[in-house]
Every structure is written in C-alpha cells, then in structure tokens.
Design a binder for this molecule. Structure first.
Ligand SMILES: [Zn+2]
Length: 587
C-alpha cells in the first residue's frame, strides 16, 4: 500500500506542475494519432469482443491517453475507448526553435550549464519544452546509459525505484516494464538527448515549476519521497478511481441518479456490462455508461484497471460518534473481503483490497492504526485505548467497527434479537419472527439506556448470527445480564401465551430469578396466557456465563397472538415489561 501512496503523492506533484505552468499545459492533451485504415472500430475495452463505441474513418484524429498491449486507450469526440495500434500512426511532433529569452534550468537550486537553449515542440493543445535529460538526471542522482545502435536511453533511479527506457523520436516509453506514452517524443540535438520537462515530475517524483515569463525551470528533489510520506500520513489519501472500469456481476443492476436506493433509476444494466468508473461515494461507484453518469452499488460489480487487473478497494472509513460509541465504517468497493480478529485491545483486519485509503487516526478510543502488506493481503491493526471494547460488523458493502467504553458504574446488558438475515425464525399469519423481535429488542435497548444501563445488541439490523456467536459476544464483553428475545410457534395453532426460559449451567439461581421477574412483568403488561418460567437447553442461555434468559413473547402460529404481535402497542408493552423485569432484578 506504500506503493499506492507514492503514486498518489506523485499525482499531487503532477497537479502542482499543471497549476504552475499554464502556458504549456493549459490543455492536458496527450499524443495525437491518425487512423490509417478506411474503417476502424473504437471499442469499450482492449478486446475485439468488447462493444463498439465509435466507428472511425481513415484520417480521423485520436488523442492517445494510454497503451495496453496491442491497443491504444484513446479519446475521440469526447468519447473514450480502445483502438488497435496497428491502424494508428503516431507522429512525433516537429521541433521548432525557441524564440524568446534564454532558458534557465535550476536543479535543486543550482543553475545547470546549458550547451544550447532548450527547444520547444508543438503538441496537440499546446507546446512542451524539451530539456537535456542526462545533465538533469545526473544532478538528481539518476543513472543514465545511452545505446547508440537502438537510439535508446536507459535511466535507473534508486530513490523512486524506477527503471525507464525511452527511444529517440518515439512517444512510446517503458517505465518499470509498463508502456507509457510521452506527450512529446524525446529528441536528439547536438548529441544530447532531450525530454519533456514534465517527465521529471511524473516519473521521478521531482517537484517541477516553470515560469514562462523568465523561462526558468526549477527541478527539486532534495527531500526523498519516502520521507515526505511520513509528513502527509495524517491525511487520508483519497483513492483515485478514474480510468478504472467496472463489470456488472448481478443479473440486472440499477444505475441511479444518486448514491442511494431511494434515488431515481436512470437505466437497468445487465450482467457483464462494462462501465467507466469516475469516482465513488461510500459503497456507491460513480460511473459513466452510454452517455449517462450515475451510481451503482459496488457490491454487484467487479472493478478492473486498464490492464484488466482486478481492483478491490477499501475506501477510507466514515467516522461517527454516537452517545458513548465511536464508529468506523469502511466501504468495500468491487467485492472486497475483510476479515476481523479482535483480542484484548488489538483489532486485526485482513483485507484482499489492493487499493486502500489509509487513515492515521488517534482519538479517545484508538491508540494506533498501522498497515502491513503480506502475501495474505493487507493487515490493518488497530490498538484500542484501555477501557474500550470493539464490536465488528461485516456486511456485503461495508465493514464497521464500533468502539465503546465499558462503564465502571453502569450495568452492561446484552440484548439478543434471535434469528435474522437468512433465518426468519417462526413464520405464520403474515408475520416473520425475526422482524417482530428485532423491533421489540430495539425498543428494549432504548428504554434500558434511558434507565441508565449500558446496552449491547447482538444484532441491530437484519443480520444472521449463529447461537454460539451470540453467547460468545456476551461473554467477551463481560455482560452483567443477557436477554434473548423470541416469538414462539407450534403445530397446534391453539397453543398461545408467554414463557421465559433459563438454564442451570452458569449463574443458575440468578438466571431463574431474572426469568421470574421478566415473566411476571410480561404477563401483567400483555395480559397473555402465562405458560410460566421453564428450564430450557438453548445454547444462547447455556453458554452464556452471566444471568441469562430466553423470552418467548407469544405464538406466531396462533391467530390471536399473531394479531397482537403485529401491533405497535404490543411490541412497546413487551419492551417495557422486559425492562421492568431487569430493573426489578437489580433492585
Ligand atoms: Zn425463535
């Protein structure tokens, strides 16, 4: 991920250069090519099986943005696509002598002795100054060799780990074995190789400024790039997704006006359809397709770079502080996987993302965040401050960590809404158990918090958890009590009423007393048939070490009970009764 940071910093320098050289780089146009065949298909990607974006004619001009194998990545009439290199002629621009005052080039503050005035070349959209490559490179500590027979220059830079090969009069260069198109071809003049000034900022991470009025170029690379990284680490590095493509993996996928499922649908995309990525908002990718710009849920696409390499992104987390909780939520773009391991005050996240926005965050809950790249992926390690606990939550589109401070005075109650996700629980009379009990559980949470308790929920949304995970959750957080909320069902539809279970394995007598308090309150408030307090061998109350109960509010399979459970009033009363039972238990 260091690698990525370095690129993004290079990109900043690139922009800085643009900002300071308006005369030369007013338009960021790249090399121009000309179509040499009667008809040439411009395609959406670098494959003859991809869709045709535009049909070009002989003599049509294309702007070359990049290169991939036998294909150029081009812009034509504000459209983007790929054309076969075979049918494109790339002409090196002609050199014209400089007409203005003499040029000065300073490298790291020292004036370079120039044997002749650097020329400028016209390129589509402006002109470029060509500067003597060897003299500047050597001043920067870059090793340069010249091969007369191939007319090639090889530059090796240890500072940036760059191996660069370019050829005189050819815009095609190779940087670390990747094809790169220069915006002007290197030239040979009086036995000196000349290269566009910009090349030093783009390739070797030098800071380059150009003052058109005095024709002075300053090239600085005193500070090593690695050292600069440490200074900018406190700032989150925005992931640059431009130039990437995404392919739909769902059978259909809505292209929406904005980054939300409530936004209008602009188009319905189909499986394997390819779109251009222009950005991202949370888990939504901003894309360009068929002349439209819109948003796609990134959980249903695969992202690729120009070389068809799969890209998985872990964007920088959103940070929320709510009550006494501190929540970090990372958006997972393009099918990213995150696995978590929480032990004591260390949280380790392992991700297969190959593009990660790093953050450096220190606050009341977090001591340290570090990033390490291994063969298994990138490991993000968070060290929490003393007194804080963490709850991880993994969903298709995001990974969330909730940090909370365990109160020394408040009782901690874990409320467990049963079932969830793929497991609806009991189903009948138009109701699903998982929905009713989540609603009741959330009401319990609210009331308990109002009563001064600290509450942790095993689930706060439609998520599935195994019974063992629920019990482990309560044990790990050293809860003072555990209440699992359920609704009942039986084959005999006349079965009805309320019952509460406890287990003898741990904290038996206390569990029994908690069950009795809650059951009594439920019967009083709900007026349901009293089925009593019973011993039950459910894992959630057997494996939990604190006083633990499992409440069955009423029967979904019974018409009268179900009618009651459908109502807000019954759910609120159920929650009040459970809270009342807990309050009595602690009185
Ligand atoms: Zn249940």
């Amino acid at each position: 991920m260091r690698q990525y940071i370095r690129y993004s910093f290079g990109f900043v320098l690139f922009l800085m250069f643009f900002a300071t050289v308006p005369a030369i780089t007013a338009s960021a146009t790249n090399s121009e090519g000309i179509v040499t065949v009667d008809q040439l298909n411009m395609r959406s990607s670098n494959s003859t099986s991809s869709s045709i974006v535009l049909i070009l004619k002989k003599g049509d001009k294309v702007v070359i943005k990049g290169s991939k194998g036998d294909w150029y990545h081009v812009n034509v009439q504000s459209k983007e696509g790929y054309v076969s290199k075979k049918y494109i002629e790339v002409k090196p621009p002609k050199i014209s002598p400089s007409k203005q005052t003499e040029t000065t080039i300073n490298v790291n503050g020292k004036k370079l002795e120039l044997e002749f005035d650097p020329p400028t070349v016209k390129v589509p959209g402006g002109e470029r100054i060509l500067v003597p490559f060897r003299a500047i490179s050597e001043a920067l500590g870059i090793n340069v060799t010249w091969n007369q027979s191939t007319r090639q220059v090889t530059a090796i830079d240890k500072d940036t780990n760059k191996h660069v090969v370019f050829t005189i009069d050819d815009v095609n260069a190779v940087v670390n074995e990747e094809a790169v198109i220069l915006d002007a071809a290197p030239a040979l003049q009086k036995n000196r190789t000349l290269l566009p000034l910009r090349f030093f900022s783009e390739t070797f991470g030098a800071k380059v400024t150009w003052d058109q009025a005095t024709r002075t170029a300053n090239i600085d690379r005193v500070i090593k790039v690695e050292e600069v990284i440490e200074d900018v680490k406190s700032i989150s590095q925005p992931v640059n997704l431009e130039g990437l493509q995404a392919r739909v993996t769902a059978s259909t996928l809505n292209l929406r006006l904005g980054p939300s499922t409530t936004e209008a649908v602009l188009a319905r995309l189909v499986k394997d359809q390819t779109v251009f990525v222009t950005g991202a908002t949370k888990e939504w990718l901003k894309v360009y397709v068929d002349g439209m710009e819109g948003f796609l849920n990134s959980a249903h696409v695969e992202i690729f770079d120009i070389e068809q390499k799969r890209i998985k992104v872990l964007a920088s987390p959103t940070i929320t502080t709510k009550d006494e909780q501190f929540i970090l939520s990372w958006s997972k773009l393009g099918g990213t996987v995150v696995q978590s391991n929480v032990s004591n005050n260390i949280v380790q996240l392992t991700t297969d993302a190959n593009l990660i926005e790093e953050i450096d965050l220190v606050n009341e809950a977090i001591e340290l965040i570090s990033y390490e790249t291994t063969e298994a992926g990138t490991i993000i390690t968070l060290t929490t401050k003393d007194g804080y606990s963490v709850i991880p939550l993994d969903t298709v589109s995001a990974f969330t960590l909730t940090f909370f401070k365990k109160s020394s005075t408040k009782k901690l109650i874990v409320i467990d809404a049963g079932h969830g996700g793929k497991d609806p629980g009991a189903v009948g009379n138009g109701l699903e158990e998982k929905e009713i009990i989540l609603d009741v559980s959330l009401r319990v949470q609210k009331l308990l918090e109002q009563a001064g308790y600290q509450v942790l929920m095993t689930r706060s949304d439609d998520t599935f958890l195994e019974p063992g995970e629920r019990a482990a959750f309560a044990n790990k957080h050293k809860a003072d009590a555990f209440v699992s909320v359920h609704a009942n069902a039986a084959e005999n539809t006349s079965a009805n009423g309320t019952e509460t279970f406890w287990n003898t394995t741990h904290s038996g007598p206390e569990s029994k007393r908690l069950a009795e308090e809650i059951q009594t309150s439920l019967i009083q408030k709900l007026g349901t048939f009293d089925r009593g307090v019973k011993q039950g061998n459910f894992q959630v109350i057997r494996s939990t070490t604190m006083p633990s109960v499992l409440v069955e509010l009423a029967f979904i399979s019974n018409k009268k009970d179900a009618e009651m459970m459908a109502k807000d009033d019954f759910r609120q009363k159920s929650a009040e009764a459970i809270v009342e039972g807990i309050l009595k238990f602690y009185k």
